[in-house]
Design a protein around this ligand. Structure first.
Ligand code: DAH
Length: 340
């Protein structure tokens, strides 16, 4: 019996020594000390050992067990140490490696221009109204004095979603929502995306506009001119002047096209202003009485002016871009150059 136990013990110790990793060691532990292990079998057989021999045999079994457990413990420590070493090795950081530079993100030029416009008009006391990109024909056209058979509908190629719904072609639709919801005095801007079936170097099917609307007692074209003079100085520089040319929009009467003196040549004539000294920047006018009345505003008491700015157009002028597509292509080589 003593020899048998010695054999069990030596075999177990050699198995423990051969366990190459923690998993293997765990398996060995189960085999050697588990229910089906040889040592357990010996213990189970104790009932067949003569009573006087039992204490001695019991002592041998305990000694074998203690030796195996001590060895297991030692091997466990050794393997844990090795595993930790391997982990440290794997997680080693080479502090001499060049750093990975994370490129900081930045706002898109259109967002920058939009924010600048909102800041300028915000400083003049305008509130911001954000309309929806899907509009009804009524808000986009009819309420803006452009009924079904109006020839001005041809000025804008519209994406219709149904006879009633469309993708708004102009942020002017916001004017009606604001006037329906609020009584004068009104002083609001409405930036947002607009859509038209139009596609060339200076037009895109999706672009951004910013609408402006002021309605109060005694508002005239002079107020519009005064506000525009301030606005263009802020966005294009102190020396910039404005010029109004007669134009036509169904929702304003009179309507004007607003030019600014060329901020590149100062008005002498250059490539940007095509030699004229002036650059067209926006459409505007005195709000047509029909529009005010349609929104329940008493035209004996109130009048207003409105304007619509193309945000991409301002961005193109500011950054000297001649193709609107450059603003939508997300080409980092281009966008990086546009950040002052
Ligand atoms: N909605 C016009 C357009 O998209 C721009 C415009 C012109 C807006 C004159 C106005 C305005 O508010 O008064 O072409």
């Amino acid at each position: 019996m003593q020899n048998k136990l010695k054999e069990i013990r030596e075999k177990a110790i050699s198995q423990i020594e051969n366990a190459a990793n923690l998993e293997a060691l765990n398996e060995v532990r189960n085999v050697v000390l588990g229910k089906k292990g040889e040592l357990t079998a010996v213990l189970r057989g104790m009932k067949d050992v003569a009573a006087e021999d039992r204490p001695k045999v019991g002592q041998w079994v305990n000694e074998a067990r203690d030796a195996i457990e001590t060895k297991l413990e030692a091997q466990l420590k050794k393997l844990e140490k090795e595993a930790l070493k391997l982990r440290y090795e794997a997680e080693k950081i080479d502090v001499t490696m060049p750093e990975v530079v994370a490129e900081p993100g930045s706002l898109h030029p259109i967002t920058l221009v939009k924010n600048e416009l909102v800041d300028i008009f915000g400083s003049m006391g305008f509130e911001v109204f954000e309309g929806t990109e899907i509009e009804t024909d009524y808000y986009n056209f009819t309420a803006l004095n452009t009924p079904d058979d109006h020839p001005a509908r041809d000025m804008q190629d519209t994406f219709y979603l149904s006879p009633e719904f469309l993708l708004r072609t102009q942020t002017s639709a916001g004017q009606i929502h604001v006037m329906e919801a609020k009584k004068p005095p009104i002083k609001v801007i409405s930036p947002g995306k607009v859509f038209r079936s139009d596609d060339d170097a200076t037009h895109s099917p999706m672009f951004s506009q910013m609408e402006g609307l002021v309605v109060d007692k005694g508002i005239s074209l002079c107020d519009l001119k005064g506000m525009l003079d301030e606005f263009v100085k802020k966005i294009f520089g102190k020396e910039t002047k404005t010029r109004l040319r007669p134009s036509y929009f169904p929702f304003t009467e009179p309507s004007v096209e607003v030019d600014v003196s060329c901020f590149q040549c100062g008005g002498c004539g250059c490539k940007l202003c095509k030699g004229t000294g002036w650059i067209e920047v926006l459409g505007a006018g005195v709000v047509n009485n029909k529009v005010l009345e349609g929104c329940g505003i008493d035209t004996n008491e109130y009048s207003g002016f409105a304007f619509g700015i193309g945000i991409e157009r301002i961005a193109m002028l500011k950054y000297g871009i001649n193709n609107i597509k450059m603003l939508f292509e997300s080409d980092m080589r281009v966008l990086k150059q546009l950040h002052e």
